[in-house]
Design a protein around this ligand. Structure first.
Ligand SMILES: NC(=O)c1ccc[n+]([C@@H]2O[C@H](COP(=O)([O-])OP(=O)(O)OC[C@H]3O[C@@H](n4cnc5c(N)ncnc54)[C@H](OP(=O)(O)O)[C@@H]3O)[C@@H](O)[C@H]2O)c1
Length: 290
């Protein structure tokens, strides 16, 4: 039995759909959800639902009983997830899980000096705990999702252009769906025990290229402006964006600028058995017809 957590989220659900498409029977897949009402589609497909919150240790132990491979999808509560994921790993161990797989985070600077240490710190703590747990493990060090670019660009990107202090530096953004499919392949495959995979695209691209592709796709010039961080904060504050969001976006932009997501690694391509979705393909899918 495999169990996927975060199954009502984008990544977890995509992993389950890939497992089903690849021929795994729904009865052999369990999904951890915290709100059953959000999992009607999974239930309809015959996937076993187990209810639990990362904050509820006893519920996690009960949910993980009988599970051979557990895919722990990192939590979305950046402030509290270190303790939540600690609960999940301890619960997996207590429940007798043989092999734990975890969606970690790929950044080239894993020290406190990174502008996104606030994101990577909890991932690194969970990685360490998993490696020391005695269970077999597989760590997916996921690069930036291509899917976060539309959020960085904003809903009015076609009118306003791209405004982000990320400079001209490239990053190996990869699609969330490709990452989920790679995880499904690992769950179904053999020989992935105690492996760490760098889940990144095999192309590195900059936001200059993103603006060029967007211009071609929508048929009008889309500019990319990379302001100073100060100007970015001022402009976004005047636009009424809450300060915590501005800080979040600015932290990621600065990390991109510092080259934290550049890599020549080809693990994702190997796990997929084909080239990952490119930036141009992804943007075409999202923005054609806009
Ligand atoms: N590499 C990147 O660029 C990138 C970008 C965004 C996120 N991430 C990370 O990757 C993870 C998966 O991405 P995603 O796009 O699938 O995010 P998502 O759609 O927000 O899904 C997160 C999932 O985690 C579940 N969850 C959150 N807190 C939980 C808790 N306390 N107990 C049990 N389940 C909990 C959510 O449950 P509900 O459905 O009940 O809310 C949801 O199913 C995120 O959670 C985040 O850690 C990475």
């Amino acid at each position: 039995m495999v169990l996927i957590t975060g199954a009502t989220g984008h990544y977890g659900k995509a992993v389950i759909n890939h497992l089903l498409e690849k021929g795994i029977h729904a009865k052999d897949i369990s999904a951890l959800v915290r709100d059953e009402a959000k999992a009607g589609d999974l239930k309809a497909k015959g996937v076993n639902l187990r209810v639990g919150d990362y904050d509820d240790y006893n519920a996690l132990v009960a949910a993980f009983r009988g599970v051979d491979k557990l895919l722990l999808v990192s939590g979305s509560d950046v402030v509290n997830r270190d303790k939540q994921q600690e609960n999940a790993v301890n619960a997996a161990k207590e429940a007798g899980v043989r092999h734990i797989l975890y969606t970690s985070f790929k950044s080239n600077n894993e020290t406190e000096s990174s502008p996104i240490a606030f994101v990577s710190k909890s991932h690194l703590a969970t990685e360490k705990q998993i490696k020391e747990s005695g269970m077999f493990y597989t760590i997916f060090k996921n690069n930036l999702y291509l899917d976060i670019l539309p959020m960085f660009f904003g809903e009015k990107v076609v009118e306003t252009g791209i405004f982000l202090p990320a400079g001209e530096t490239k990053a190996a953004y990869a699609s969330r769906d490709n990452m989920a499919e790679a995880a499904a392949n690992v769950l179904m495959g053999k020989g992935h025990e105690n492996k760490i995979y760098n889940i990144s695209n095999t192309e590195n691209t900059s936001l200059i290229e993103a603006a060029q592709y967007l211009s071609e796709i929508v048929g009008k010039p889309i500019n990319y402006v990379s302001p100073s961080t100060e100007v970015y904060f001022e402009t976004m504050t005047q636009a009424g964006v809450p300060v915590e969001y501005i800080g979040f976006f600015a932290g990621f932009a600065e990390a991109i600028k510092q080259g934290e997501f550049v890599t020549e690694n080809t693990d994702l391509e190997s796990l997929l058995g084909r080239k990952p979705t490119s930036l141009k393909e992804y943007l075409t899918k999202i923005y054609s017809g806009v």
